[in-house]
Design a protein around this ligand. Structure first.
Ligand code: TYD
Length: 336
C-alpha cells in the first residue's frame, strides 16, 4: 500500500496462520478493505468482483506448511487445488464481463513455490522456469496442480495470467511453524531447537520485502502467460541457518551462561524430505530488472530484531491451536 495509491481488497479465510493483528498498520487506511472469506466460496468471490471491479487479482491464498501436509493432505487439495480452481472460475466469469481494453489490461497473478520442481542434488544447477515439475510432498503436489490450472486458463481461455515460483521466504510476521521463526521463538523460550536429520538440507532464502518487490515488478511488466522464478541467491544449509540465528541471539540478547547453540537437537528427519532447493533468478533480473536488495546477513538480523521487539505478537499467535501442532509434530520425536 505504501508503494501506490490504488485500493486493495484483502480477502482471507483467517485460518490458524492468519491474523488480523498483522494488518494493524492499515487500520486507518481508507484504501484498504478486509473481507473474511474462503477461496472455495465462488458465490462470494463473484459478488466481490462485481462490486469492486478489480484490475488485478493476486493469488497468495494457500496451505503452505509441508509438515502439516504430511499429517493432513486433504486441506491442501481443498484449498490449493479446488480453491485455485474456484478462484480462476470466478475470475474468468468476471473477466468476460469487461470491455476489450480492461480485458487486455487485467492480470491474474498466481504466487507459487520452487517446491514444484522437486529436489536437487549438490551438483545440480538451480531450478529454471523450464525445469520439469517433480513435486514430492502433498503440499508441493497441490501447488503444482494449481500452477497447471493457471497455465491452462491462459492457453485455453486467453486469460492474462502470470505465475511466480519463489524460494523460502523469511522476515517479520512469519508464523512460527516454519524453520526461521520457530528457531527464534524456541531459542528465546529456552526450548529445544529441532533440526531434522543431519541439518545438511539446503534452502534458498528470500527476504519477504524482496519477494513483495518482485511480485510488484511481475504485475507491472511481466509477460502474460509467463512464469518467473524468484529467489534470494542465497543457499544455506539448515544447520548453518540455525547457527546464524543462535549467534545473532547470543549477540543481541545473551543468555546468562552458554550459547543458544546448546539448545540444538537433531531429531528424526521429515519423510520424503527434499534435500536441496535453489532458484536461478536470472530471467526476472534480465527481463524485469529485479534482484534482491537484502543479503542473508542483513535480512536475518532484521528478522531476529523484529521478533525480539514483538513479544506480544508471538504470544498471541502461539495460541491453543499452535500448541496442539507443536505437540503433534515434535513430542515423541527420536533424537537423530
Ligand atoms: P520449512 O520452513 O518448513 O520450509 P520448507 O519445508 O517448505 O522448505 O523448513 C525449512 C527447512 O528446515 C526444511 O529443510 C525442513 C527444516 N526444518 C527443520 O529442520 N526443523 C523444523 O522444526 C522445521 C519446521 C523445519
Amino acid at each position: 500500500m505504501a508503494q501506490s495509491d490504488e485500493s486493495v481488497l484483502n480477502y482471507d479465510k483467517l485460518t490458524y496462520a492468519g491474523n488480523l493483528n498483522n494488518l494493524t498498520s492499515l487500520r486507518n487506511d481508507e484504501r484498504h478493505l478486509f473481507v473474511q472469506g474462503d477461496i472455495c466460496d465462488g458465490e462470494k468471490l463473484a459478488a466481490l468482483f462485481a462490486e469492486h471491479q478489480p484490475r488485478a487479482i493476486l493469488h497468495f491464498a494457500a496451505e503452505s506448511h509441508v509438515d502439516r501436509s504430511i499429517h493432513g493432505p486433504a486441506a491442501f487439495v481443498t484449498t490449493n487445488v479446488n480453491g485455485t480452481f474456484t478462484l480462476l472460475e470466478a475470475a474468468r466469469a468476471y473477466w468476460n464481463t469487461l470491455d476489450a481494453d480492461k480485458k487486455a489490461a487485467f492480470r491474474f497473478l498466481h504466487v507459487s513455490t520452487d517446491e514444484v520442481y522437486g529436489t536437487l542434488s549438490a551438483e545440480d544447477p538451480p531450478f529454471t522456469e523450464t525445469t520439469a515439475y517433480a513435486p514430492n510432498s502433498p503440499y508441493s503436489a497441490s501447488k503444482a496442480a494449481s500452477d497447471h490450472l493457471v497455465r491452462a486458463y491462459h492457453h485455453t481461455y486467453g486469460m492474462p495470467v502470470l505465475t511466480t515460483n519463489c524460494s523460502n521466504n523469511y522476515g517479520a510476521y512469519h508464523f512460527p511453524e516454519k524453520l526461521i521463526p520457530l528457531i527464534i521463538t524456541n531459542a528465546r523460550a529456552g526450548k529445544d531447537l529441532p533440526v531434522y536429520g543431519d541439518g545438511q538440507q539446503v534452502r534458498d532464502w528470500l527476504y519477504v520485502t524482496d519477494h513483495c518487490a518482485a511480485i510488484r515488478r511481475v504485475l507491472e511488466s511481466g509477460r502474460v502467460g509467463e512464469t518467473y522464478n524468484v529467489g534470494g541467491w542465497n543457499e544455506q544449509t539448515n544447520l548453518s541457518v540455525v547457527h546464524t540465528i543462535c549467534d545473532l541471539l547470543d549477540e543481541l540478547q545473551a543468555k546468562p551462561t552458554g550459547s543458544y547453540r546448546d539448545q540444538i537437537k537433531h531429531i528424526t528427519d521429515r519423510p520424503g524430505h527434499d534435500r536441496r532447493y535453489a532458484i536461478d533468478a536470472r530471467k526476472i533480473e534480465r527481463e524485469l530488472g529485479w534482484k534482491p536488495a537484502e543479503t542473508f546477513e542483513t535480512g536475518l538480523r532484521k528478522t531476529v530484531e523484529w521478533y525480539l521487539a514483538n513479544d506480544a505478537w508471538v504470544a498471541q499467535v502461539q495460541s491453543g491451536d499452535y500448541m496442539k501442532w507443536v505437540d503433534l509434530q515434535y513430542s515423541n520425536k527420536e533424537q537423530a
